[in-house]
Design a protein around this ligand. Structure first.
Ligand code: KG4
Ligand code: ZN
Length: 342
């Protein structure tokens, strides 16, 4: 018998259909189905994504329940990502979860996807040590968002800075495309960067006042670097220096991500730092932020790489805390593609 409350979480905001079971605040099962079709298009095609969610949602939920050794009627509550994300994709997860809540007559908990990433730090078995104490700083770096946030107890978030254009993950994806690497670009760039010289090209680092970010400049710099060559030269350059270009680009992005966090630590006095979202799977970023945190006597908290990228475990875990705090949604809950962190 699993300890109560037993929660099912469902995530479908982008191109991953995922379901997870959390019982008594512990992760019991987590299943993710990534949509590979998008790789052929070099990015997520929203219409294809929502159709794939429709096909995947029932088998994925059944797999999560099976692996947890329970049936739907054992659930005490169901949770779902309600935004931000792709409207059509969000609607599949939301409609399914609402129907489940109605048929099982259990509470529905709507979760902000970004809040989900923050609470991935509380997935117990992901942590080498315990969770960060409130308040803490959290850098959310994903394909759609780059935000530096102060996280307080009671689901209160103060967004200190965010990207003014591209997200960090988007920069990885776009540069990967320029370099002829696959989608998603982040893991491909990281793998290639491992054997490269990070000082091969000194791409300019954009630094903005406050804690805001901008990644469109570095993407353009990579483009200009390649466009300065003839077709033949470019091919030869990519053949001989792909790893160096990836390492130089990755180093520049890591520099740009880490610098405002170091300043925020000094200015806020908050020494515990969370690093979450798809790009937090990047080892170079983890190492640099960890070194920056250690240098000022602070600590870095990161989820296991499987919980850095989109998953439903983080949605179910956020819902666990929300439910405990009495945050329950009604069946009139709507999807909000532009939902902000508040
Ligand atoms: O959080 P996530 O799975 O989805 C969103 O909410 O957007 O993040 C996906 C992003 C993609 O842009 C992907 O390229 C990036 O995370 N990413 C990485 C790595 N793994 C995933 N970026 C850099 N290094 C990685 N190892
Ligand atoms: Zn995400």
């Amino acid at each position: 018998m699993l300890p109560p409350p037993i929660l099912l979480g469902i995530e479908s905001s982008c191109d991953d259909t995922a379901a997870a079971v959390v019982a008594g605040g512990k992760l019991i099962s987590s299943v993710i189905s990534s949509q590979v079709d998008h790789a052929a298009f070099g990015g997520v095609v929203p219409e294809l994504a929502s159709r794939a969610h429709l096909r995947a949602v029932i088998p994925i939920v059944e797999a999560a329940l099976d692996r947890a050794g329970i049936v739907a009627s054992d659930l005490d509550a169901v949770a779902v990502t309600r935004g931000p994300g792709l409207a059509g994709s969000l609607l599949v997860g939301l409609s399914f979860t609402k129907a489940l809540a109605l048929s099982l007559d259990v509470p529905l908990v709507g979760v902000n996807h970004l809040e989900g990433h923050v609470y991935s730090l509380f997935l117990e078995e992901c942590l080498e040590e315990d969770a960060p104490p409130f308040p803490f700083l959290c850098l959310i770096v994903s394909g759609g968002h780059t935000q530096l946030v102060r996280v307080d107890e009671g689901f209160r978030h103060d967004v200190l800075g965010k990207t003014r254009d591209d997200a960090a993950g988007e920069a990885f994806d776009k540069v990967a495309k320029l370099l002829g690497l696959g989608y998603p670009g982040g893991p491909a760039v990281e793998a290639s960067a491992a054997g490269g010289d990070p000082n091969f090209v000194s791409f300019p680092r954009t630094r903005l006042p406050g804690y805001d970010y901008s990644f469109s400049g570095i993407k353009t710099s990579v483009l200009y670097h390649l466009n300065a060559m003839s077709e033949t030269e470019r091919r030869r350059h990519l053949d001989g220096h792909l790893e160096d270009l990836c390492a130089s680009f990755q180093q520049a992005v890591v520099d740009m991500l880490v610098e405002p966090v170091s300043r925020a630590v000094q200015q806020t006095g908050l020494k515990c730092i969370g690093l979450v979202g798809g790009v937090s799977a990047n080892r170079a970023l983890r190492q640099r932020l960890e070194a920056a945190a250690n240098a000022i006597g602070g600590r870095l908290f990161v989820p296991a790489p499987i919980h850095s990228t989109d998953n439903a475990a983080m949605i179910a875990m956020t819902a666990h805390y929300k439910l405990a705090a009495g945050h329950v949604s009604t069946l009139s809950l709507t999807a909000d593609p532009a939902l902000a962190l508040t």
